[in-house]
Design a protein around this ligand. Structure first.
Ligand SMILES: Nc1nc2c(ncn2[C@@H]2O[C@H](COP(=O)(O)OP(=O)(O)OP(=O)(O)O)[C@@H](O)[C@H]2O)c(=O)[nH]1
Length: 616
């Protein structure tokens, strides 16, 4: 039987043991949770929540570790509620009694902002407090500060400074015996080595980190490292091995939709398929990501949207591509994510190029250049310069490429247009020639018609008006109202038969022609003179009175009589007889036939009276 003293001793020993276990257990529990956070972050978060109350009595470092782990878990799980709880607990645990506490709280606040993706602008305030941090000469604080600074440098793409900070930071965590945090930084170093294209270095760090992760049983980190390894395979132009590795990862670790690593693996698969031109597969994986509405994958979903849009551009589904690019643009604009917006602009350029919208293309290229030029952030000149150079060079290349392609296209179009213009010109020339020929033909026809008309109205032998046309003109003149006296006369060459008989018909013709030319001496422009047939002619003279007309007829007669017949080889004079009548009463005109009969009677008189005279 145990006596009371023995029992008391046992109780004391038990209490001491249990107290000792309890005191140890917080550090140990935190270490276990730390392993769990990188293995099963949801369970880790639940356990951190369980020990929330006992943390009040824990040591300062344990409090810090609890806050740090809670921040990390809420980040991995994208649990904003737990993030707020952690922050309010942190404020209670580390009341702002000392400057050290204030610095920790400030850093935790920065980390919260980073988790909430309000990280833009984090670098400047971090740099501003670097002096304040170093004053404390607290290794843990300095390590935590450097860790945040490293992430800010990476976010701002200042990779050289990020490298320096990472190497410094990994040593700090090793010194503090914080292997998980050292591992976290090692992963960042691998990423940085990949960015600076130090593939060998990245591979070396990766193998060390993998061994470390296995030892620490950090499953999530191990998966991340395997993902990076697949990316290295892709960089080494072994895309199919990379795909195999990613698919193996999904299988081996049974990574399902809700797993933290799921989005990044699926995204990586989609990315590699896109890069090797298997756009259907790229689209398939991007769509898997987008079908998951979990806010935890918000970042991957924007990236997936971009990848989906780019793949859709490649397969020519521009309508859907535009839809996703618009959605991505909205998110990037909200987040003020300039790199995202650069990507949007570049993809938009591809869309516009494919849809052959040269105007839109020009506008987008201009907006992209403007975006680069006007891009300013808190980091200042250095970053802006780098981004400008990179994007401008990329953009310029693209624009040059587009312009070159466009130029070839335009040249093709131009040559087609030139060809069609040439064809049109040929047709036009032919048409003009045809029209010209038609016009010439038409003018020629008019000329012929006129000639025919003239010929139809002209006496062939003498070239004066013929009988038909002469009578027409006479009829018109008779019907015309005129104040002047009108004289209608018929002339007949005297004894012409004997001319013909003596000298021949040809000489007779020439005598007729001579008589005609001699008649011109007393004719006015508006007189009518025509050959009625044989050696008979008609005159219609208009003048101030009858005397004047008779005078003019006599002048003609005299001219005929006086004409030089010797040149015709005739030894005798020629003469003509004239019978004339006058239109005496203009109000009471007779017909042309009547007047001609009257003139004929007068001619008869002239013949009978001895010829070579005018009778009226
Ligand atoms: N050379 C020539 N002779 C013609 C032409 N037309 C008619 N004659 C001739 O002219 C002559 C006319 O003669 P006639 O009418 O009988 O009278 P004439 O000899 O002139 O005598 P008068 O009239 O009485 O003075 C005929 O011998 C016709 O053959 C012609 O175009 N050329």
């Amino acid at each position: 039987m145990l006596d009371f003293t023995q029992l008391f001793k046992i109780i004391i020993i038990f209490l001491l043991i249990s107290l000792n276990v309890n005191a140890k257990s917080i550090t140990e529990t935190l270490t276990e949770i730390e392993s769990l956070t990188r293995n099963d972050s949801l369970t880790a978060q639940a356990q951190l929540n369980t020990i929330l109350l006992s943390i009040n009595n824990a040591s300062y470092v344990e409090k810090l570790r609890w806050i740090q782990l809670s921040l990390f878990a809420s980040a991995v799980n994208s649990d904003k509620k737990y993030l707020d709880l952690t922050m309010s607990t942190a404020r209670n645990l580390l009341q702002k009694k000392s400057q050290l506490n204030s610095s920790w709280l400030l850093l935790f606040q920065f980390e919260k902002e980073q988790i909430l993706r309000e990280k833009l602008g984090l670098l400047a305030p971090l740099q501003a407090i670097s002096q304040q941090i170093s004053i404390h000469e607290n290794l843990r604080l300095s390590a935590y500060f450097n860790r945040l600074l490293l992430f800010a440098y990476i976010d701002e793409a200042i990779f050289d400074l990020a490298f320096d900070t990472a190497f410094k930071n990994i040593q700090q965590w090793q010194q503090l015996k914080e292997p998980y945090l050292a591992l976290e930084i090692a992963v960042e170093i691998i990423e940085l080595q990949l960015i600076s294209q130090d593939i060998e270095g990245a591979n070396r760090t990766l193998q060390q980190a993998k061994t470390q992760a296995k030892q620490l049983n950090a499953k999530n980190t191990l998966i991340s490292l395997n993902e990076i390894e697949s990316r290295i395979l892709f960089i080494q132009q072994k895309p199919h091995e990379a795909i195999k590795k990613l698919k193996y990862l999904l299988e081996k670790y049974k990574i399902k939709k809700n797993d933290v690593n799921y989005p990044s693996i699926i995204y990586e698969l989609s990315f590699i398929y896109y890069q090797i031109g298997q756009y259907d597969q790229a689209i398939q994986y991007a769509e898997i990501l987008l079908s998951n509405s979990d806010p935890a994958i918000e970042n991957s979903s924007i990236a997936a949207k971009m990848l989906l849009a780019k793949s859709l551009v490649e397969i020519g589904d521009l309508t859907r591509a535009k839809k996703f690019i618009t959605e991505a643009k909205q998110i990037f604009t909200l987040k003020n994510d300039h790199f995202g917006l650069f990507e949007v602009d570049k993809t938009n350029i591809d869309i516009l190029y494919k849809s052959k919208d040269i105007n839109g293309l020009y506008k987008s290229a201009k907006s992209l250049v403007n975006r680069v030029i006007n891009f300013k952030d808190n980091q200042g000149e250095q970053r802006t310069k780098r981004a400008n150079t990179i994007v401008q060079v990329d953009n310029q290349n693209k624009v040059i490429d587009i312009l070159a392609k466009d130029n070839t296209k335009q040249q093709k179009e131009l040559s087609v247009t030139k060809k069609s213009v040439q064809e049109q010109n040929t047709y036009l020339t032919l048409l003009v020639l045809f029209c010209l020929s038609l016009s010439i033909l038409f003018i020629w026809l008019l000329f012929l018609l006129r000639k025919i008309r003239v010929l139809a109205n002209t006496d062939v032998l003498t070239g004066i008006t013929n009988r038909r046309h002469g009578l027409e003109l006479a009829e018109k003149r008779l019907n015309k109202k005129t104040q002047s006296t009108l004289c209608i006369a018929i002339m007949d060459l005297d004894e012409f038969k004997s001319v013909n008989d003596t000298y021949g018909h040809d000489i007779g013709d020439k005598v007729i022609q001579l008589a005609v030319s001699q008649s011109q001496v007393a004719l006015n422009e508006d007189d009518i003179f025509c050959r009625m047939g044989g050696e008979e002619f008609m005159y219609i003279l208009s003048d101030i009175d009858q005397i004047k007309t008779i005078q003019r007829l006599n002048k003609i007669r005299e001219s005929i009589f006086q004409s030089d017949t010797h040149s015709l080889g005739i030894n005798r004079q020629i003469s003509a007889s004239f019978g004339a009548t006058h239109v005496s009463d203009p109000q009471n005109k007779k017909s042309l036939t009547d007047y001609m009969i009257e003139a004929d009677i007068a001619l008869y008189k002239a013949k009978n009276n001895g010829r070579n005279q005018v009778q009226s």
